[in-house]
Design a protein around this ligand. Structure first.
Ligand SMILES: C[S@@+](CC[C@H](N)C(=O)[O-])C[C@H]1O[C@@H](n2cnc3c(N)ncnc32)[C@H](O)[C@@H]1O
Length: 337
């Protein structure tokens, strides 16, 4: 612990102009759910409906749904993070008879509903990414602001941690992760620096990783508003938690579980997530996948959803001021046909 504290002191953003911005980037005031009004407007089709909160987190959206529906609705709340489930069930203790908690991945939503003998629900909401609790207090190395062991697993049942990836992957593999999941321009340089550094001793903490990235990227190319390690941390987190694969699997499974007219509401926080949601919605909407030069449709495909949001909804200026974490949120809504 002493060592971690010591290493924390040497975090290299002393001359990083906008430390506050970096903190805001990653940190949200506890318990403020994002785009609540838009979630309620788009998700709730009936007051006594059955809904899935696929990313329960601290229970913020679930509580809002229950308040809005005068406690007539019922909610199945999923989270891969066991600690989140514990906190949420505490936060929602007053509403226990309305909520079923499941420590499950939303990519297994079909299995969860099958276990509960539920065939269809009125709406499903997913607020992707991490909760303020995970960033600020989980001590799993999600943030470059703190110095913690490099873990980054949202789900403690996963086999590989960020420590394993950072210390075991080759230069090529690390470079690919940083490029694909972080869209990091300096991916190869950072990957080489990681492999070189770990020749002496394993890279074990978030500060060690953040400092090394800080040094690997030439100073004149350090981004102005975010910490230079932001993209690297995002990339390892996505890789450790298989985040993009999970979203894809989830959307494919969620639509058949909706009643006709039921809504799937997804809030994403970076372009990789939003692109997947946009493309999958487009695919589910598209009535035909025949090559454009075929004179007649022969694929037999049907539209499965209506896209309610042709462009994604974004938070109001007022919300962004009150809750900076909402800044990069994008909401897309599909309606089951
Ligand atoms: C942004 S937070 C949700 C906050 C919540 N809407 C609230 O208002 O309190 C995202 C949550 O989704 C969870 N999560 C991320 N990926 C998941 C997945 N594949 N399946 C289930 N939960 C997931 C995280 O553990 C985290 O608790």
């Amino acid at each position: 612990m002493k060592n971690l504290k010591k290493a924390g002191k040497s975090l290299q953003h002393k001359d990083y102009k906008t430390v506050e911005n970096a903190i805001l980037e990653q940190k949200a005031p506890a318990h403020i759910p994002v785009m609540t009004e838009e979630v309620l407007d788009n998700l709730i089709t009936r007051e006594d409906g059955l809904y899935v909160d696929a990313t329960l987190g601290l229970g913020g959206h679930t509580k809002e749904i229950l308040d809005y529906t005068n406690y007539q609705s019922r909610i199945i709340g999923l989270d891969v993070d066991e600690e989140a489930i514990t906190i949420a069930s505490n936060n929602l203790s007053k509403y226990k008879s309305n909520v079923v908690f499941r420590n499950s991945n939303f990519s297994e939503i079909d299995r969860v509903l099958l276990d509960l003998e539920i065939e269809e629900v009125d709406g499903i909401v997913a607020d992707l990414g991490m909760s303020s609790f995970q960033l600020d207090s989980s001590q799993r190395g999600f943030s470059f602001i703190r110095d913690e062991r490099l873990d980054m697993r949202m789900d403690a049942r996963l086999r590989f941690t960020a420590f394993d990836l950072v210390n075991e992957m080759s230069v090529d593999e690390i470079s690919k992760v940083l490029k694909v999941y972080g869209e990091e321009r300096w991916s190869r340089r950072i990957a080489k620096r990681i492999v070189q550094t770990r020749e002496d001793k394993p890279i074990s903490t978030s500060a060690e990783l953040a400092n090394l990235v800080y040094e690997a990227i030439p100073k004149k190319f350090h981004p102005a508003r975010i910490h230079p390690a932001t993209k690297t941390f995002q990339a390892f987190r996505i890789a450790v938690n298989h985040e993009l694969d999970n979203i894809e699997e989830f959307i494919g499974k969620a639509i058949p579980l909706l009643k006709t007219g039921g809504r799937l509401v997804i809030i994403s926080f970076h372009s990789l997530e939003d692109r997947i949601v946009k493309n999958l919605f487009q695919n589910l909407y598209s009535p035909c996948i025949c090559p454009p030069d075929l004179p007649m449709c022969g694929c037999g495909k049907k539209s499965e959803i209506n896209i309610i949001t042709r462009s994604p909804l974004i938070p109001s200026e007022e919300e962004v001021m009150n809750n900076p974490r909402s800044r990069s949120a994008k909401m897309r809504v599909g309606e089951k046909l």
